[in-house]
Design a protein around this ligand. Sequence first.
Ligand code: GTP
Ligand code: MG
Length: 416
Amino acid sequence: MEATSQSQERGILVGVCRDARRRSFEKESLRELEELVSSAGARVMEVFLQERAELNPSYLVGRGKLEEIQNAVMRWRADLVVFDEDLTPGQLRNLEEFLGTKVIDRSELILDIFTQRARSREGKLQVELAQLEYLLPRLTGRGLMLSRLGGGIGTRGPGETKLEVDRRTIRVRLSRIKKELKRLEQRRELQRRKRQGVPIPTVSLVGYTNAGKSTLFNLLTQEETYVSSRMFATLDPLVRKTSFESGQEILLSDTVGFIRKLPHTLVAAFHATLEETLQADLILHVIDIAHPNHLALRQAVYEVLEEIGLEDTPVVECYNKIDRLRQIPHLDFSQDRVFTSARTGEGVSGLLDQIEVLINQNYRKVHLTIPFDRGDVVSQLRERAHIRVQEYREDGIHLEASLPVADLGRYQQFVD
Ligand SMILES: Nc1nc2c(ncn2[C@@H]2O[C@H](COP(=O)(O)OP(=O)(O)OP(=O)(O)O)[C@@H](O)[C@H]2O)c(=O)[nH]1
Ligand SMILES: [Mg+2]
């Protein structure tokens, strides 16, 4: 549900910078926090950056800054204060008491956005799991702090209901969710195996949130995936088949966007949704070239890819949104870098060519005839090759397949 302007929450943001050398990073992070807050449906009224080497253990920020924030809360009649740093349960309590309004941190904000966006059953459960694990250590003696001040950001439970309040209920719920997730995971694994019966190369779109992955996905598959200027528009990974002019088919998958300072509890859930990507033959890394800090965001994406063990999958970098630039910067052209506008379609055919080249680089198209008594060879090929056509003929099983170059010798005797 979209908040209307009357009911829109009014937020104040607070960032902390402990080290002058990190000043521009923290400022950038605050700008991003501002976008996140608007994505969650609230309006940003004022932004504070505390620069201080020593943090106050009770309030994070110093007394002077705290009073400034308090004044701003009153001046703007703010409904919430969002900290760009993670707060301890104690700090959270102290700050709420002092400021007399709801206080949340970056993690809680991102969790809230994920809660709003999750669509599939699995996505919803993953987010609920992350949210409950985040809340558990933050329970006060009597119950959940969240039953605290009003509704809005940070108080939304998964689904339509408010979160249940006591520790025991949460534990029971957590173990149910885990069980259910395991079941769904097994089902997905089965579906994936079924797809692997006829292996088609898979290409996975990854990138920082808002880079244009879904827009590009729609363009390439002629599908209507949800595109939005809000961050984290896509949470549930989507897989669709599409084909090149040559007839070569690929499976393309759209994935959840990345972000820096992702809440720890979400990391696990988030990695699970990237499982499809783990199977990819090629990664299409979409980068918003119009973003002033796109190099840092690009780096953040590579860090996550490495964390989940994807550093060996070949990558094509797709510098998107070139329509927003006056001229394309002079980056040295290379095989694995393309410039596109998913909005105008510019550069997209070049991108397709590039994908096709890379996918076929290590494969050769061959026609094979396998004798009927060599079912073992057919099953080996199912694992290794991309089979396009399979026909039973008088002289044996006829296959039209793309074979890894390295395997050509081994199957030479069957080549027509
Ligand atoms: N100007 C311009 N805008 C674009 C282009 N591609 C995408 N956009 C816009 O950028 C915003 C984000 O696009 P999405 O396709 O939702 O981005 P995403 O990477 O899927 O984002 P998440 O799902 O949130 O991670 C939308 O407002 C798009 O219309 C482009 O080539 N040029
Ligand atoms: Mg998307």
